[in-house]
Design a protein around this ligand. Structure first.
Ligand SMILES: Nc1nc2c(ncn2[C@@H]2O[C@H](COP(=O)(O)OP(=O)(O)O)[C@@H](O)[C@H]2O)c(=O)[nH]1
Ligand SMILES: [Mg+2]
Length: 312
């Protein structure tokens, strides 16, 4: 058995060391990563993928930890991909999450992995989705993906999650911000965390009002607003039950298939875009572009003719 086959076998039998290795290959876009994913593909689709997103500090990691406890308490296996934002100042991933998550990482039926968003070609989405595929293939019952809801990443999460949980806090303007950031569009469940704080009921009511203004979702799911106090582990079981209820709804209505088909479509398009970009912008083409920019700036040449000549 060669190295790749051993890795695949290791992942399929849920050997944590092998899973970690496979995830590194995927994250680093190693030469054999596509072959690994190709061999794992037929084993994916069994895990319930839960996306958890929301503003920084809302309590996503805390709730993730709580969910891990609930899930493992039921004897089920859970994998977590925590996508840390890369600090623009240090380029390093935030450490807090890793440390807190490691506490749970010691648990038997849990596998936790932090990934940095590095904004490589193909973006965050491709690697994160692939990482979920690895955990899924390893036989996890649930895969939780935690992303920070700023910028584009929270929308990417909707490209692989079966259930998207949007976490907000009672701070003023949070619900409005969420609406602006497009979180309203992707939420299947809203969580108002830190709901021990003043004004929680009013914010929950605001979110409910906003939900009512939306056209009803085509699959007939009613979006709920749950109140939690993550730091006291309150509302975690209810959140888990709501997540399960959403999955059962998707299954019963046939929309799970619809959703996953759309995810697959996006994934294939991403893969093609990625390949085209990586293969297209090789050194010589980059140099060619660079060498022509001055001519374009001075209007001796137009970009349209250049694009035509380079792609035609
Ligand atoms: N007061 C209060 N603090 C909380 C609650 N849930 C989490 N926290 C705290 O909020 C901070 C940010 O939580 P974290 O889970 O790291 O947020 P994330 O950035 O969304 O992952 C931590 O100090 C938590 O202990 C809560 O329900 N109430
Ligand atoms: Mg976090």
């Amino acid at each position: 058995m060669n190295d790749t086959e051993l890795l695949v076998k290791g992942v399929l039998s849920a050997e944590k060391r092998m899973m970690a290795k496979a995830l590194s290959r995927v994250e680093n876009e190693s030469p054999d990563s596509e072959l690994i994913l190709q061999k794992l593909f037929s084993h994916t689709g069994k895990a319930h993928r839960i996306g958890i997103t929301g503003p920084p500090g809302a309590g996503k990691s805390t709730l993730t930890n709580n969910l891990i406890k609930v899930i493992t308490g039921k004897g089920k296996k859970v994998g977590v991909i925590a996508v840390d934002p890369t600090s623009p100042f240090t380029g390093g991933a935030l450490l807090g999450d890793r440390i807190r998550m490691q506490e749970s990482g010691l648990l038997e039926n849990v596998f936790i992995r932090s990934m940095a968003t590095r904004g490589s070609l193909g973006g965050l989405c491709k690697n994160v989705v692939e990482a979920c595929d690895v955990l899924d293939a390893s036989g996890m019952d649930f895969v939780i993906i935690e992303t920070v809801g700023v910028g584009q990443s929270e929308l990417d999460i909707a490209q692989t999650a079966d259930t998207v949980v949007v976490v907000l806090v009672p701070e003023s303007g949070d619900a409005v911000q969420a609406m602006k950031a497009g979180l309203m569009e992707i939420a299947d469940i809203f969580v108002l965390n830190k709901s021990e704080r003043e004004g929680a009921d009013a914010v929950a009511a605001t979110i409910k009002n906003i939900i009512h203004l939306k056209p009803p979702s085509e699959d007939g799911w009613i979006i709920n607003v749950l109140k939690t106090v993550g730091s006291r582990n309150e509302g975690s079981e209810e959140l888990f039950q709501e997540i399960v209820k959403h999955m059962e709804h998707l299954e019963a209505t046939g929309y799970l298939q619809t959703r996953r088909k759309r995810h697959l479509e996006n994934k294939v398009i991403d893969m093609v875009n990625y390949r085209l970009r990586v293969n297209f912008w090789d050194k010589s083409r980059k140099e060619m572009l660079e060498s022509r920019l001055d001519r374009m700036i001075s209007k001796q040449e137009d970009p349209y003719s250049f694009v035509e000549s380079i792609t035609g």
